[in-house]
Design a protein around this ligand. Sequence first.
Ligand code: GLU
Length: 320
Amino acid sequence: MTNQKVKGRFAPTPSGFMHLGNIFCCLLAWLSAKAKNGSIVLRIEDLDTVRCPRKNADRLAADLEWLGLTWDEGAYTGNTSETFFQSKRFDIYKQYFEKLQAQKFVYPCFCSRNELHAVNAPHLSDGRLIYPGTCYRLSLTERLEKEKNRRPAYRLHVPDKDIIFTDGNYGPQTFNLAKENGDFIVRRSDGVYAYQLAVTVDDALMGITEVVRGWDLLSSSPLQIYLYSLLGFKTPSFTHIPLLVAPDGRRLAKRDHDKDLEILKQQYSSPEPIIGYLAYLAGQLNKPEPITAVDLLKIYNPSLIPTHNIVVPSQLPKLS
Ligand code: GLU
């Protein structure tokens, strides 16, 4: 039996400053790979080039370095750096999109957002709408007619099939593609390839063996597992980690500016108090105390990571 070397990844979307939630995710992905003597790839998820200017990615890479969250391959390393920016990989996504198209798994969808919300389609608990399959049922004549007026998005048709997998933190999962998601977009009407396709192709081609990311993406994993199977790729393992939330329960996000690394860096002159606080939130320390990522690795225990959302107080405790 060959023992494949573990390869994890940081896959940030550089749409602003890094905040505690992003760092939490990178820290746990780093610990998970490094604890198994594995390596880390840095991939910049800047598919949305307007929201993700290069200067944000530059700052993000510098911040990861400052935090001691090193990577072994990817953006900002060696002469292949540029190939780890999703904005530079459209030709690759096109190739795999065409592969799906050739197998007749994708079809053009002309529905606008407003039309979709007007129909009585079932909604999931998180408010997402299950696509009712309107354009899947169009005849060729109807398609050609609609094409005259609108550039379509492309959806992947999914079967009524259960995807079963075991999440590294949340345990066994069963997810029905048709009932719990429905046909999903793989290329947007503006020609940009969608997250699900890009991330699957990238993780596969970059040889990622384990995906560690926020709980909000747990429901994306079955879609990606399905794509892995259609494209003939080997599926990595998936581990989702709890979200950091504000005291009112909403997800910590860009608007919580006081949790931006830029502000935290002014408060603490070194990364250790920030790493220590996140380690405490991740169940790795009994109290928040300064520690480096490398020292944390020595005591890292993934079974202590909680599964519930983690509340971050509006006023962070004194950390050093
Ligand atoms: N780029 C996504 C984010 O920053 C993460 C995607 C993934 O890990 O699959 O939220």
